[in-house]
Design a protein around this ligand. Sequence first.
Ligand code: SF4
Length: 378
Amino acid sequence: MTNVNMNPNHSQATAQSATPFLEVKDAACHFKVKRGWSQKQTLTLKAVDGVSFTVYPSETLAVVGESGCGKSSLANLIVGLNPLTSGEISVLGHTLSNISRSNMLSIRKDLQMVFQDPFSSLNPRMTIGALLQEPLQVHKIGNAQQRAARVNELLSLVNLPHSYAQRYPHQLSGGQRQRIGIARALAVEPKLIVCDEPVSSLDVSVQAQIINLLLDLQRNLGLSYVFIAHNLSVVKHIADRVAVMYLGRIVEMTTKEALFAQPRHPYTQMLLSSVPRSHPEDPHGHVDADSDLPSPLNVPSGCRFHTRCPYAQPRCETEDPQLLDDGQDHQTACHFWPDILASSKQAVREIPAREKPAYVTQLLESFDEMAQQTTSDN
Ligand code: SF4
């Protein structure tokens, strides 16, 4: 169980409002899995296992981790695509499990999702216009004329010509299809959008355009995002706060600035050390990912990361570290993070400079350009 004591002194968003839009308390999502040739053995897959966090209006919380860490299951849990095994999810103080079906539809309208693969999330037999009208029909919003007008508005919001309403998904590029995915999520005027790896299937230059679009929409419409990602370069540009997930749990959560400046958990250090550095003196840790993620069907005892952690001690195999706040909005689930932090700083000085591959240079330049563009827009 993770126990998060939130200190709401973290970002521009919190400054605007101390009332969280979304509160997730001790949420768990477990699945029963049949194993063996006779399918008689039943195991429990703990995709999400006691996760707590809050998202404030106009804030972006990024959730990062390796494939299989549970971040996409968490995304599905928030929008109701996965069942909640235990815990609570509340929107503006209303606990979803306690509200009536009629109110549920209205609250669900406020929580929309953008999927990783825009091609498979769009029905290939429907025109873009019909795809954008579909959420309005489901929620019984407007008449035929008003829905047609809304389609044009949505296309303008995502910077596509109105004529695209007549096209089919296969006639669009990957970036254009993701713009349609975003427009579909915007159709019913949500307050929070869960973005499940929305740029990971796109080219680097297109990734920057989509991130810029999401930032513009957030500024103009006051949206909150839960941004699921494994690419920390992307997270660095869009997030206000970052939650790092490992085997169904949050192991570190803080502001983007604090996380990138001084990662405390060895797993966060591992993720950051696998991101190509633009400068060899970048203050990131040096833990190497030298083993695979354990199966969520067989979660290690004690600290879940102890089978891969270079700092593990006997206590780590038996005692599960709680996610504790240091009083400065930085939560860490590790028994020994102060000692690890000290040794990481020492190790940074020992990392030799490495030549960057061309694609890394392109990626870094692309995001630097995007950051400059965003600053000048402001
Ligand atoms: Fe590593 Fe132990 Fe900290 Fe877990 S509690 S991250 S095993 S040092």
